[in-house]
Design a protein around this ligand. Sequence first.
Ligand code: SAH
Length: 219
Amino acid sequence: MRRPTEDTLRHQGLRNKLIAQLEAKGIKDPQVLTAMGKVPRHFFLDIGFDELAYTDRSFPIEAGQTISHPYTVAYQTELLQVSKWSKVLEVGTGSGYQAAVLAEMGAQVFTIERQSELFEQRKKFKWLMETYRLIKFFYGDGYAGQPTFAPFDRILITAGAPAVPEGLIPQLKVGGVLVVPVGEGDAQRMHRIVRVSASEIKQEVFDEFSFVPMLKGKS
Ligand code: SAH
């Protein structure tokens, strides 16, 4: 992948337009909009996508995976209700864009990727590593979470899970929030799970999206 290295005024202008579109589509959280207005999405894609990066589309990255639509990133991040210093576990590092948005909001991010190719690429992505020192990258299966650093305030799954990954609930603090797209095939419904007590969860279901699948094991 050939990465762009410049973030110009033109990019900033395109980013502002994209943020206005996200607002028009219903994203309200000013923290989410501000963070997405700052992170140069084109840095996370091949140089060929330079301006397309600021359209509301998903694009291919390495290993047959995708960077999610900006609207999807905004939607999931809004549901997650992150604040400064929230400890967030992300499953599905992919391009690293979502992790950067969370870090831009001041969260402490622990992100897991099961594809070694993507994990290795992110480690070599110097800009990301240096700009967001609060992101920690792990190679592994997100179904196992990250017990060493648990419990988390928030867990965000950015791949489509066939069912709510129950195994991750114990890694959520009481009062913590898990956002996960649930469903097999082409469509998933966004779920938000709040761990209301040690033994109880509350579940809400939101709109439909289309994610690459959350797969077991490493590759
Ligand atoms: N958050 C990403 C979107 C990536 S797409 C971004 O901002 O670009 C989903 C990613 O989840 C893919 O990279 C895929 O390899 C990864 N994935 C799928 N199942 C996984 C699992 N069990 N554990 C960790 N990562 C997984």
